[in-house]
Design a binder for this molecule. Sequence first.
Ligand SMILES: [Zn+2]
Length: 438
Amino acid sequence: MTISEMKEVLDEYPADSLLEVGMPDVKFYARGSQLEALCPFHGDHKLGNFGYSLAKDCWRCFVCGKSGSGPYSLIMAHRNWSFAETVRYLYDRRSSCVGRITEAPPATLLQKSKKVRLVTPKPSPILVNDEFVFDPSPTAEDKSTVYSCFAAASPLSPSWTKHLQEIRGVSPLEIPYFFRFPSSKDEEFMSRFRKELEKRGAGNLYHRLLGIPGFFWNIKENRISFIGYSGALGILNHDEQGLVSSIEMRLPDSAVRSTRYIPFSSEGICLNHPDDYKYGANVGSVVDVVTPPFDNSSIQGVAVTEGKFKALHLSRMEFLALNIRGVGNWRSVLPVLENLENKGVNTSRVFIAFDADSRRNPAVAENSANFGKALLDEGYEVYYLTWPNNCGKGVDDVVNAGQRGKIRTVEGNRFLQTTLLPFIERAKKKKLAEAAGA
Ligand SMILES: [Zn+2]
């Protein structure tokens, strides 16, 4: 019997039966008129990249680009066989080619990749000075209560409130995000802070401040203290549950510092001054979730930016806004998107709204591009918000300047191909040329 005669016989069998027999090591699932599998040609971890269309009798991977038509070409490519070898193999096993692929994809393969979390044993609390407790892993609820009371004990002055509303475009509803950062030497503040805790029935938390980022033990003065910058604007950050998860400080314009925003985190000061301070805690990377001032169900998507004021503006533009501390922290956004999705928030569309200089600073552009690519890879619809450089640096500057109409939404892949990637390429060439010239 010739190969083409064998093929004529095999052509009577459905493609999924031939694939199942020809590729027993690849698990196919049925989804509509399509078969899906983890791509056999690249290290694939979730379904959706690789598919075989039973309607069109062709297959393709959208990640590695491999494609072909008909079941034979797929088996040939997978097993590195000739056409004749493939047909003969299938013909000899044609009695097995009876089953159809009907199994639906399991939820685990459809879900976005879950990070493996290493479980470390919970460290035990330490008694400090017979009265205080250093608990290295405080609960999210306790942290939220402490930070809320901390802010409530030091509200903004009326003139500062007016300034935020007039210059920064902060709405009255948003004022509670802000407070006047207190001094740790202010004893009146400490007593107001304790009263706020007591008002919430959490007076005992005063003795458990150690372990909460920002607070530490002052060894020489034998007292609780916290880091701070006198005259800074205190800002409350929230997590996806709506709990206050951290505090950041915006330094006054008079402060001579390379960075304007400082996290309320006390590990560094204790590492730098081990004889003076101990029992500090690190805040880690923070994603501040700023929900719109209305029902979450009408949002147009999730927007990611840097800085509270920008996030507030975006939240008023019908986005659920995520404020990250530095473009380089984009990786911490991915688990937050998953948590929001699990809470029922529509996270399918993600808008990247970094400052205009992300198109002029190679390092920022690279992070912005990698973030977009990672989101696309996870199956999100990605868009970049962009505006002419002369309209302002951040999205808040643009809106405050009355130029909101100049903000454009560009489809992620298009912005990557036409703007970010060419710019990164040019910057690399320039750097190489400079290195060669030097
Ligand atoms: Zn592939």
